[in-house]
Design a protein around this ligand. Sequence first.
Ligand code: GDP
Ligand code: MG
Length: 163
Amino acid sequence: GTPLVAIVGRPNVGKSTLFNRLIGRRKAIVDDQPGVTRDRNYDTLEWNGQEIGVIDTGGYLPKTHEHIDLAVREQVEIAVDEADLILFVVDAKTGITDIDEDLASILLQSNKKTLLVVNKVDSVEWEYEIGQFYNLGLGEPIPVSAITGKRSGDLLDLIIEHI
Ligand code: GDP
Ligand code: MG
């Protein structure tokens, strides 16, 4: 079937913005889908003739939820079970947070293929922030700017390579 890529990460790193960028349109969050895609956005895209399914996790997590860590961790665990490839999104403007470290260790232990995506690298000045993310132990950080679309084609090339 169609390979499945899941976008995971803590709130506000830009998962939904990246999802919309990758699928090439804005998509309203659909809340009444049955089963595993509930509370999440799903769509497919085609890149170099390859069809890929993409899930944006955390679509309905309230950003101030008191159990936000637990909720995000649960989303990551589901994504690990379901997806062929994980896009773990972190934020160049905030740097590494406790939740990021938590999620990184779950992903490391899962042995699931993971691309470490550093979002919000909107301009050259933010490129100095990229190196710190090597500390998450998930390999080479991949800079993108979901808002400007910078390097989203490079990211899609890498997704095809790793799927
Ligand atoms: P999510 O909670 O991870 O789904 O994050 P959202 O996609 O809702 O984005 C959270 C905030 O980050 C919003 O204000 C976005 O406009 C902003 N954002 C997302 N991507 C970028 C980016 O590449 N650069 C900048 N500067 N802001 C971004
Ligand atoms: Mg979102």
